[in-house]
Design a protein around this ligand. Structure first.
Ligand code: ADP
Ligand code: ZN
Ligand code: ZN
Length: 742
């Protein structure tokens, strides 16, 4: 007797464990290895401890490290086809390895919730009947006594392949079909229908703009066939979107789909609208506002190829597509592309990997490219496409510094700034006032004894939210009512210190009672439709003042804003994070870029106590490009990313010493694997920038290396050791590869 080797599947489960689990495939599910029903990428239900859970098959195997009699059989196979196309499956495996994250959690945390819970894929396709092997071998004389059954066999045979169930039941009764099925002469199969796509005759709803020379040069450089990465580095208002649109048009014309990633959809409904207005093809957007059902629907439309344009935020990089042809990622410098918890991937970097795996072009666009991407251009990994002037007649705005050391101040606004605001409103133009701090004031202080309202769970002050009558911690969301009396000296002289957007709004409204003052921050836009109201007023062009946080810096195009005033221009100058200067340059340039996009020339006022600071000076006089080159040179001198590769191991615990102790041990383990050297060095454990947050003490261990692979190899060995160490149990720890925040 031939012994049939058991079929084993390795499945990933939604768990924080860095491993897969082996299960047996019961005989009725697996007649042979070639049986197409069991494939990597299909979901199964399997016993896990006392529960039944949904898992995903990573690979098929014929042996296991565990003895066979300890393996349990899977309970159910959920999918007859892999959930993810092979190329995307590969991307997940690449990402889980690269970001040192458990594959199960990587997969399940990015799948639509309903699929995570085991819901069936709404199949687009239908059932067919076909002859079994036995049926195909049926001799001409069989079934003589059952002419109708015979006729059905011949009917299927005459078609040479499967026949849609609908066609059969029109002619033959259910009884006949059942009898043949019982005799195992015919079988029912489900055949998935791939949406076949013919570009419509009128692919465009709207004519493309005729391109400026610089746009034309850029678009000509983009090869729509095959992989290449492009950095589209175009100043604000230079017409990058038109380049995206026309590149997409090309791939749509040859039957491919486009994936468009943007930082945040609700903030920039105009962007979505520009895509919808241009093309006459089905388009889906994946964003946080969708219900579970809508998300699954959109995901399915992308997967089946029905949706030709797929737009989404960070996690949309994992959307399966039937025929991907192009990836566009707008505002590539935006921090929101890096997930900061759980599966800490960078959608920007994965876009390039996906492009490579799918052999399609990737366009990364920004007016303020990240230093990483600029360096990738220098290394010739990306092709650098530049647009140096604004589209149309719009000019780049003029920047001026307002020296706060010699200014009269009112609620954080200098008299020079106020005069400029007034003059702008009088010219019937709009003003944008930028302050990257929400709330009324960042602190509440006792005038008598100096007490300040601090969060007892964080190393932070509570922010005064006057309209709501509350003190709120912006780090852990702790809230309390604003006290009337100082808890330390009982004085009634409690004063809000410093400015937030709520205070600027209140002051400006009182100062300019005849104009609308619209605040835009996370507090003011919580209500549904609030953002739309702001857009409507801003687009109407009526003279008004927009006051807000970095939500206002993002990609908006309001033609009548001619003055941008930055109240707190110094805030990025003195941070311990080595990226803070890069961020400051990007933020100031982006917010300044909202000015002068229409006919009126734009003006930018930066309030600062450091008017002589060489970096501010450089940014103001030379612009972001020169500024970024200088920062890159400094990073190279300091051997910081992107010239050196970095990983952080973070730990936090409610007990003061536990996290630090764990990381000290982690460092010892790591040094045993790889002793410190100029090539691979260790720093820490150090307290995190905010050591205590939400009641937890936080520490970081920094590892950095000349070569990525050395870091990878080290952590690949280290992570399982840490995972199995008993000291790791009582605390939270995580690995962050290419961290964006220290
Ligand atoms: P960016 O995305 O680079 O900030 P946009 O794509 O928003 O710039 O373009 C700014 C403005 O210029 C938009 O109103 C856009 O319609 C217009 N524009 C862009 N390209 C052209 C063109 N070739 N002809 C006419 N107008 C253009
Ligand atoms: Zn006091
Ligand atoms: Zn707090």
């Amino acid at each position: 007797m031939v012994e049939i080797a058991p079929l084993i599947v390795r499945i990933a489960v939604p768990s924080p464990l860095r491993r897969t689990f082996d299960y047996l495939v019961p005989a009725d599910l697996a007649l042979s290895r070639e049986n197409s029903a069991i494939q990597p990428g299909c979901r199964v239900i399997a016993p896990f401890g006392k529960r039944q859970i949904t898992g995903l098959i990573i690979e098929l195997a014929d042996n296991s490290e565990l003895p066979l009699d300890r393996l349990k059989p899977i309970s159910q196979l959920l999918d007859s086809q892999p959930l993810l196309p092979a190329s995307l499956f590969k991307l997940f495996i690449w990402a889980a390895n690269y970001y040192q994250h458990p594959i199960g959690d990587a997969l399940f945390s990015t799948l639509p919730v309903l699929l995570r819970k085991g819901a069936a894929i709404p199949q687009q396709g239908q059932h067919y009947w076909q002859l079994t092997t036995k049926g195909k071998g049926l001799g001409p004389d069989s079934l003589k006594r059952a002419p109708k059954q015979r006729a059905l066999i011949e009917f299927i045979r005459s078609q040479q392949q499967a026949i849609a169930e609908q066609e059969i039941v029109d002619v033959f009764s259910r009884g006949i079909i059942n009898q043949l099925e019982q005799k195992q002469l015919i079988e029912r199969v489900f055949i998935e229908q791939q949406a076949s796509f013919q570009p419509p005759n009128h692919l465009l709803k709207q004519d493309p703009l005729s391109l400026y020379q610089s746009q034309q040069t850029a678009i000509d450089a983009i090869n729509s066939h095959g992989f290449a990465s492009y950095l589209l580095d175009g100043v604000t208002g230079s017409g990058k979107t038109e380049i995206y649109l026309q590149s997409i048009e090309k791939v749509l014309r040859y039957g491919r789909q486009a994936l468009v990633l943007i930082p945040e959809i609700s903030l920039t409904p105009q962007t979505e609208k520009r895509f919808r207005d241009r093309f006459n093809v089905p388009m889906v957007t994946l964003h946080s506002g969708l219900s579970d059902k809508q998300r699954l629907d959109a995901w399915m439309q992308a997967k089946s190829g029905q949706a030709r344009i797929v737009m989404g935020t960070r996690s949309a990089i994992f959307t399966p597509m039937q025929a991907p042809g192009l990836i566009v990622l707008d505002e590539e410098h935006d921090q929101s592309y890096k997930q900061q918890e759980g599966f800490r991937y960078s959608a920007r970097d994965l876009a390039v990997i996906r492009g490579q795996q799918e052999a399609i072009p990737v366009i990364l666009g920004s007016a303020t490219p990240s230093l990483e991407s600029l360096n990738n251009c220098h290394q010739q990994r990306y092709q650098h496409l530049q647009l140096n002037t604004r589209a149309g007649d719009a000019k780049q705005p003029d920047w001026h510094l307002v020296d706060l050391r010699s200014e009269q101040m009112e609620s954080g606004i200098a008299s020079t700034t106020l005069a400029a605001i007034e003059a702008t409103l009088q010219r019937n133009q709009q003003v944008l006032v930028f302050l990257n701090r929400r709330g009324f004031a960042p602190a509440l202080i006792c005038h008598q004894c100096g007490w300040s309202a601090d969060c007892h769970q964080c190393d932070a002050r509570l922010t005064v939210h006057r309209a709501r009558g509350r003190l709120i911690c912006h780090h852990c969301d702790y809230q309390q009512r604003i006290p009337q009396q100082c808890p330390s000296c009982q004085s009634h002289q409690l004063v809000p210190a410093g400015e937030g957007t709520e205070r600027s709004e209140a002051y400006l409204q009182q100062r300019f009672p005849n104009n609308k003052v619209l605040r835009v921050d996370r507090d003011s836009t919580r209500r549904k439709g609030a953002m739309q109201t702001v857009f409507d007023i801003a687009n109407s062009g009526e003279p008004c003042i927009l006051v807000g946080t970095q939500m206002l810096a993002k990609g908006h195009h309001f033609a009548n804003i001619s003055l941008v005033a930055v109240l707190d221009g110094d805030s990025g100058l003195f941070s311990a994070d080595f990226r803070s200067h890069e961020r400051m340059g990007q933020l100031l340039t982006q917010v300044a870029g909202r000015s002068g996009r229409g006919e009126a020339p734009g003006q930018v006022l930066i309030q600062t106590h450091q008017p002589d600071h060489p970096l501010l000076e450089l940014l103001m006089t030379q612009g972001y490009r020169q500024y970024a080159q200088q920062l890159l040179a400094e990073r190279q001198l300091g051997q910081l990313p992107p010239f050196r590769h970095m990983a952080l191991i973070r730990a936090e615990s409610t007990h003061a010493n536990q996290a630090e102790k764990f990381l000290r041990m982690a460092r010892q383990m790591a040094e045993l694997i790889n002793p410190p050297s100029p090539d691979l060095s260790y720093l820490g454990p150090l307290p995190a920038m905010m050591e205590k947050r939400a009641g937890r003490f936080r520490y970081v261990l920094q590892l950095d290396a000349n070569q990525r692979t050395h870091l990878q190899q080290l952590i690949t060995q280290l992570a399982p050791q840490l995972e199995n160490h008993p000291d790791g149990r009582g605390l939270r720890w995580s690995i962050d590869i290419d961290p964006q925040e220290l």
